[in-house]
Write a protein that binds this ligand. Structure first.
Ligand code: MLT
Length: 394
């Protein structure tokens, strides 16, 4: 037997596991201190009442033989895919029912999608980057190259035609930086991908935080994207499903190469390795798109937006440079006084008992930066902001 030696190429622990372990060790050593967590982007508000009602209803259905459900369709129930299709229409995008695949979340699909791509593809990711894109490729032995995202380009790198890539990851609004591409900028990425015959893996998990019309909600709003893009979406951030687990991936029929069709391959892959998301969960997810559901989740998103504003206003008062916070639940800030990311992590933990995520954990270009999330409760966010302000204004 041989184990996968490519695991030697990734860090021993996943970034958020490391952050969790360090803050847990601090809390254990200081039981008298209250540690406030603005690290991992995990939601804190409960599921919307419309979702809860749908979940209960589905549980009841499972108790009667007339309505009981066993294995569901690999691609997800039609009632949910229909709702997703109609949701896309609200921002002017037409996708086919059989182009939508329901999954247990964007993170899983972003890793699993690699099954349909050859091993010798070159992967282009921005730096800093959500570690899942890098680690899943390194685990499979693929070559990963980086597009430099920095303060000069507003953490939104643009295509460089001297760079040859096969698979390009774009996350907008971005995790971790909160920066978001305009349709004009995405048009350049689509043109680049089509020219190279590359594919864009577009992570739209934070789409619901977009507040203005200058920011793209979907890669499929861009002409030409259907021949070069796959989009990954999630119910985690839009509707608090981080623990409930549901997402969806859109693969247009036009995405093909050498007589292989990505949409068909993905269905084949899912049918082989995945038995679908529980019926109960899909019923809950569909309730997100009802009139009531939309009203309720929008209130929740507004709550997180107010948190983001609390953090951003604090950075403004302290004169600290940051991106995000506007079309995003993340605030990506420059560590004060030239501190390194992990140095600032320790400083904040030890002196204010606030946990954030060190930018260096997202890549080399993240060194010297730090991420705070707006997904905490309002009380925790307010308290964390006042502790940070008291500490840093000194
Ligand atoms: C994050 O904090 O970056 C996210 O919660 C991670 C995720 O969505 O998997």
């Amino acid at each position: 037997m041989k184990l996968n030696a490519y695991f030697n190429d990734i860090k021993e622990s996943y970034l958020f596991a490391e952050v969790g372990a360090r803050s847990a060790a601090y809390a254990k050593a200081h039981p008298d201190k209250k540690v406030l967590k603005l690290g991992i982007g995990d939601v804190t508000l409960p599921l919307a009442p419309a979702v809860i009602e749908a979940l209960h209803g589905a549980v009841d259905e499972m108790s009667e033989s007339a309505t009981f459900k066993g294995y569901g369709p690999y691609e997800g129930y039609e009632f949910l895919r229909e709702s997703i299709k109609n949701y896309y229409v609200t921002y002017g995008v037409k996708v086919g029912l059989d182009e939508i695949f329901v999954s247990d979340g964007a993170k899983s699909d972003l890793g699993n999608i690699l099954d349909i791509f050859a091993k010798d593809n070159t992967i282009l990711v921005p730096d800093p980057v959500y570690p899942v894109y890098v680690d899943t490729n390194l685990m499979a032995g693929r070559k990963v190259i980086y597009a430099c995202a920095n303060a000069q380009n507003g953490f939104l790198p643009m295509p460089d035609y001297s760079v040859k890539a096969d698979i390009i990851y774009i996350c907008s609004p971005n995790n971790p930086t909160g920066a978001a591409y305009s349709p004009a900028q995405l048009k350049e990425w689509v043109a680049y991908a089509n020219k190279l015959g590359a594919v864009i893996l577009y992570d739209a998990a934070y789409e619901c935080f977009i507040t203005d019309n200058d920011t793209a909600r979907s890669i499929f709003q861009i002409e030409g994207a259907r021949t070069c893009a796959i989009e990954f979406c999630s119910f985690s951030k839009i509707a608090g499903f981080t623990g409930t687990r549901c997402g969806y991936t859109v693969i247009p029929h036009e995405l093909e190469k050498d007589s292989l069709n990505a949409n068909k391959m993905w269905l084949r892959r899912q049918a082989t390795k995945f038995n679908g998301v529980p019926y109960i969960v899909q019923k809950g997810a569909a309730a997100v798109f009802t009139e009531e559901g939309q009203k309720q989740i929008k209130e929740n998103i507004a709550y997180y937006r107010r948190n983001a504003k609390l953090i951003a206003d604090c950075m403004d008062r302290l004169g600290i440079w940051y991106t995000g916070g506007k079309n995003s639940p993340y605030i990506w800030l420059k560590c004060p006084n030239g501190m390194g990311s992990w140095e600032f992590f320790d400083y904040l933990l030890e002196n204010a008992q606030v946990v954030g995520t060190p930018g260096a954990g997202f890549g080399q270009n993240g060194e010297g930066y730090f991420r705070l999330t707006a997904f905490g409760s309002q009380e925790v966010t307010q308290e964390a902001v006042s502790r940070i302000e008291n500490l840093l204004k000194k």
